[in-house]
Design a protein around this ligand. Structure first.
Ligand code: SR1
Ligand code: MG
Length: 402
């Protein structure tokens, strides 16, 4: 019989006490459940005397955002802890340290990052993070390159892929990103004032063709071990530090899906700016910062990725003249499509983003939603054509000028 049970705050303290070499025996510990995501329990355990703290993250056997009617595998806790450990081996400064993983309780014990804030909140507060683009570009270049056939022994890659099949969490993505937004699905969440725009998505067969291309890539293109859910709620940040958390959706998929998640969430915040400042000039300045960050994320990613390829490429055939350029061009195109799909799902699908949903003025919120849909659908349509990051920036600029 499994020993699994969801922990209470008191039980989390008892659990933490038993972890060797963390807290003084008998010291006073406090416990708070601080999880605000869609799926898990997250306890922060603090030792009163020393101020030392850790995080216990426990998977629930269902999706918290919906309830017990949506069962969900506990194996995602294993996936998350194994992915974090792999990422720590590649970019130790950019992920939290994992102290322990408990398979019976589907629980990971990890470093507390409470001196950072969740990046989505940081962007809503309109903070600037000058090191973010370099950090996330380096995170994605290293994790994607060194888990792919470009940078990892190709037999070892296949074995590693076997540990990251993750069918249930992939199915969530397949439904919520690559299906439901394009039909009148029960799980969609659509505000009445944009119903017409949603209906347009459902009847646009040319758009459906492009979404089919992206869906097929998500289902079959096992390029690299992805984070799988790399939105700004999966990033802890402060001005001098970036930490990527929450890789429970990790699986072997198309690289552009991770890059697209980062860009989409920057652009969703861009679309919501009217809701977060009354001052037009300050809004323009923050939007310029966000667009520059979009460009810098891609540029840092590309520079790091090409350097890794040139220095650590494992495959002789992939050194063929012109192949690296061809690969990067295709990756940018995938990134464009996945960015668009990730924007659209956050406006009409099941799980939205606070950058848009928390805008109180409904007229401003509607404008933000329509802008996000216009940019998102344009990006999806660009997925086979775009040739430079500047072309993608130009789409955002054009749609937001209308
Ligand atoms: C039912 S889970 C909804 C969403 O939350 C996660 O963060 C993923 O983005 C997923 O699609
Ligand atoms: Mg998450």
């Amino acid at each position: 019989m499994s020993a699994y049970h969801p922990l209470s705050e008191a039980q989390a303290i008892e659990y933490a006490r038993q972890i060797p070499n963390l807290f003084q025996s008998g010291s006073e510990l406090t416990s708070h459940e601080i999880g605000d995501g869609n799926l898990n329990l997250v306890f922060r355990i603090t030792e009163k005397a020393s101020g030392k703290s850790i995080i216990l993250k426990q998977a629930l056997p269902y999706a918290k955002v919906v309830g017990e009617s949506w069962p969900l595998t506990l194996d995602r806790a294993r996936i998350e802890s194994e992915a974090l450990i792999i990422e720590e081996g590649l970019v130790p400064d950019l992920v939290p340290h994992v102290y322990a993983y408990d398979a019976d309780l589907a629980l990971t014990v990890m470093e507390d990052l409470s001196d950072h804030i969740i990046m989505r909140r940081g962007l809503i507060e309109r903070n600037e993070y000058p090191l973010f683009a370099e950090h996330i570009g380096r995170f994605m270049a290293n994790t994607l390159f060194f888990t792919s056939d470009l940078g990892k022994n190709q037999q070892d890659k296949k074995i590693q892929q076997g540990r990251f099949i993750n069918p249930e969490l992939c199915k969530i993505t397949e439904d919520l990103i690559f299906d439901d937004p394009y039909r009148d699905a029960e799980t969609n969440s659509i505000e009445d004032h944009i119903r017409d725009a949603a209906e347009q998505l459902w009847s646009d067969s040319e758009l459906h063709f492009e979404v089919a291309i992206l869906r097929q890539k998500f289902l079959t293109s096992a390029q690299a071990l992805l984070h799988g859910d790399l939105h700004t709620g999966s990033i802890f940040i402060k001005p001098d530090s970036t930490k990527v958390i929450d890789p429970e959706f990790a699986y072997y998929g198309p690289m552009g899906f991770d890059i697209g998640a980062v860009l989409a969430n920057l652009i969703l915040n861009f679309a919501g700016q009217e809701g977060w400042s009354k001052d037009l000039e300050s809004r323009k300045a923050y939007r310029a910062y966000l667009l520059q960050t979009v460009k810098d994320v891609w540029t840092h990613f590309e520079a790091n990725f090409r350097a890794l390829w040139n220095e650590h490429g494992v495959d002789r055939v992939f050194q063929a003249p012109g192949y690296q350029d061809y690969f990067i061009k295709n990756l940018l195109q995938d990134t464009a499509g996945f960015t668009g799909a990730k924007m659209v799902r956050r406006i009409v699908g099941l799980a939205h983003v606070a950058d848009i949903d928390k805008i109180e003025d409904s007229a401003a919120r509607e404008r933000a939603q329509r802008l996000a849909l216009a940019i998102g659908t344009s990006f999806i349509r660009a997925n086979r054509q775009v040739a430079s990051i500047d072309e993608l920036i130009a789409i955002v600029t054009k749609e937001s000028a209308v």
